[in-house]
Design a protein around this ligand. Structure first.
Ligand code: NAD
Length: 445
C-alpha cells in the first residue's frame, strides 16, 4: 500500500499533521520510536508543569501568612508528585492515541529510517517492513545539547532535563548550568521544594531572549529568595558535582545541564541532499524542504522550539499538501511564549530592543500589574509589570511582555491583537471581564 503521507515522529507536529491529513480522508502512517506526544507530553511541557504545580501548592501553603492563613506541619511527598505526573502524562498520551485511532491513522511503534527518496515516492523502513508514501513529513524533534565541557560526559552527577524529570528523589542541592527557559523552570521547582539552587549562566543575564526589565523583576525576586544566580559566568570544567566556573569551584549533589537543544536528524541519512541551516532542516513558509514532497515541522526546523509552533507548522504544511484554498500561513510575529517561573513570564511579538535593532520607531507603554484589582487581591507583595510595544507611526500593537501570575492565561489576548494588527484604539474597544488580571491589557492602552 502506498500512503499519501508518512510522518516520522509523533510529537505535537507529527500527531497534528496525522490528524489533519487523516480527517481529510488521506491514508497516513505515523512512526514513533518512543511514546506518542513526543518531548512535550512525555519529557517536557506537561511533566514539568505537573511537578511545578505540586511545588507551587506546597510553596503557597508555607507562604500563606500574608493572606491571613497559617498552616502547620505542611509536608510534601515527592514520590506522590511524580506518580501524579506520570498519570497525567499517561492519560494525555492515551488521548492522542485515541484521536489518531478515531481518524484511522496507522501508527507504527518503532524507529523509522528513510531508505530512498524520489519525486512523489519516499521509502522508509521500520521494524523490518518497508513503507512507501507520496509525501514525507519529518517531525523528529530535538535532543538536549551536551556542551563540550571537560568532565561533563559520563559524569553520574550530571542530569539533563529528562533525567531530572525521572528522578525518584529530589537532589540535596543542585547547580543548573544555563539560565534559559529550562534552567529557570527547574530552578523554580527545586527552590519551591526547599532544594538549594545555584544557576550558572554564560550570558550577562538569565533568559537573554526576553525583555530585560521583565527579567530583572524575576532576578531580584529570586536573588532575595536566596537562589544563587551567577551571570557572565563560564563553566570551565566538571568533576562529579564540583563545577569550576570563572576560576571558582561550586559544589552540589547534582548538576543539571540545560544549555539548549539541537535538531534530531538521525534516520534521515538517505536524504543527503536535504538543505540544512545551522544544523536544522531548512524550510519555506509552508514547511517544505528543498526536496520535492518532503516537509519538516517542529523543533527539527530549528525555528522556534515550542510545541504550539510545531503544531501550527503542521497545520500549515498539511494545508499546502492538500492544496487548500486559501493557503494558510504562520504568523511568526505573533507566537506567544511563557516561562513557568513564579511569577510567570509571558510575551508575544517584538521587544523594545528588537524594535530598535529593526529601526522601527515605537512607543513603549508600561504599567505595574497592580493596576489590576484582581492582581492586587491575589498577589500580595508583588508588583509585576506589563509592557506594550506600539508602532509609533500607525499605533498597531507589536509586542506585549508581562511578568505576574497568571499572565500565561491571558497572553493569547495580546497574541490576537498582534496577529491581527490591532491598533491601540481598536484594541481599546475589546471588553475584558472584571475582575481579571487580563484587564491589565486594557488599562495599559
Ligand atoms: P535556552 O536556549 O532557552 O537557554 C539556554 C541557556 O544556556 C542560554 O541562556 C545560554 O546563554 C546558556 N548557556 C549556553 N551555554 C552555556 C554554558 N556553557 N554555560 C552556561 N550557560 C550557557 O535553552 P533551554 O533552556 O535548554 O531550552 C531548550 C528549548 O526548549 C528552548 O527553545 C525553549 O524555548 C524550549 N522550552 C520551552 C519551554 C516553555 O515554553 N515554557 C520550557 C522548556 C523548554
Amino acid at each position: 500500500m502506498r500512503y499519501f503521507l508518512a510522518i516520522i515522529g509523533g510529537g505535537p507536529a507529527g500527531y497534528t499533521a496525522a490528524e489533519k491529513a487523516s480527517k481529510a480522508g488521506k491514508d497516513v502512517v505515523l512512526f514513533e520510536q518512543n511514546a506518542l506526544g513526543g518531548t512535550c507530553l512525555n519529557v517536557g511541557c506537561i511533566p514539568t508543569k505537573s511537578l511545578l504545580y505540586g511545588a507551587k501548592q506546597y510553596f503557597n501553603a508555607t507562604h500563606a501568612q500574608k493572606y491571613g492563613v497559617t498552616a502547620e506541619n505542611v509536608a510534601f511527598d515527592f514520590g506522590a508528585m511524580q506518580k501524579r505526573k506520570t498519570i497525567v502524562v499517561r492519560k494525555l498520551v492515551a488521548g492522542i492515541k485515541q484521536r489518531l485511532n478515531n481518524e484511522h491513522c496507522t501508527v507504527v511503534s518503532g524507529k523509522a529510517v528513510v531508505i530512498s527518496h524520489q519525486p512523489s515516492v519516499v521509502s522508509l523502513q521500520c521494524n523490518g517492513e518497508t513503507y512507501e508514501a507520496e509525501n514525507l513529513m519529518i517531525c523528529t524533534g530535538s535532543t538536549n545539547f551536551v556542551p563540550p565541557i571537560p568532565g561533563i560526559k559520563d559524569n553520574p552527577a550530571v542530569w539533563d532535563s529528562t533525567d531530572a524529570l525521572a528522578a525518584a528523589e529530589l537532589p540535596k542541592s543542585i547547580i543548573i548550568v544555563g539560565g534559559g527557559v529550562i534552567g529557570m523552570e527547574f530552578a523554580t521547582l527545586y527552590h519551591e521544594l526547599g532544594v538549594p539552587v545555584t544557576v550558572i549562566e554564560a550570558m550577562p543575564t538569565i533568559l537573554p531572549n526576553l525583555d530585560p526589565e521583565v527579567v530583572q523583576i524575576l532576578l531580584e525576586k529570586y536573588k532575595k529568595a536566596n537562589i544563587n544566580i551567577l551571570t557572565s559566568t563560564k563553566v570551565e570544567s566538571l568533576d562529579g558535582g564540583k563545577v569550576t566556573a570563572n576560576g571558582e569551584v561550586y559544589e552540589a549533589e547534582k548538576v543539571l545541564v540545560s544549555v539548549g537543544r539541537r535538531a534530531n536528524l538521525l534516520g534521515l541519512e538517505a536524504l543527503d541532499d536535504i538543505e540544512l541551516e545551522r544544523g536544522a532542516i531548512k524550510v519555506d513558509e509552508f514547511c517544505k524542504t528543498n526536496l520535492p514532497n518532503v516537509y519538516a515541522c517542529g523543533d527539527v526546523t530549528g525555528k522556534i522550539m515550542l510545541a504550539h509552533v510545531a503544531s501550527r507548522q503542521a497545520e500549515v504544511a498539511v494545508g499546502r499538501m492538500l492544496k487548500e484554498i486559501p493557503l494558510q500561513r504562520i504568523a511568526y510575529n505573533a507566537i506567544p511564549s511563557v516561562v513557568y517561573t513564579n511569577p510567570e513570564i509571558a510575551s508575544v511579538g517584538i521587544t523594545e530592543a528588537q524594535a530598535e535593532s529593526m529601526s522601527i520607531p515605537v512607543e513603549v507603554k508600561k504599567l505595574p500589574m497592580t493596576f489590576s484589582g484582581r492582581f492586587m487581591a491575589e498577589n500580595e507583595g508583588e508588583t509585576g509589570l506589563c509592557k506594550m510595544i506600539v508602532d509609533a507611526k500607525n499605533h498597531s500593537v507589536l509586542g506585549v511582555h508581562c511578568i505576574g501570575n497568571p499572565c500565561s492565561e491571558f497572553i493569547s489576548a495580546a497574541s490576537f491583537a498582534v496577529r491581527n494588527g490591532y491598533t491601540v484604539p481598536e484594541f481599546r474597544q475589546v471588553v475584558f471581564p472584571h475582575p481579571t488580571v487580563s484587564e491589565i491589557l486594557h488599562e495599559i492602552l
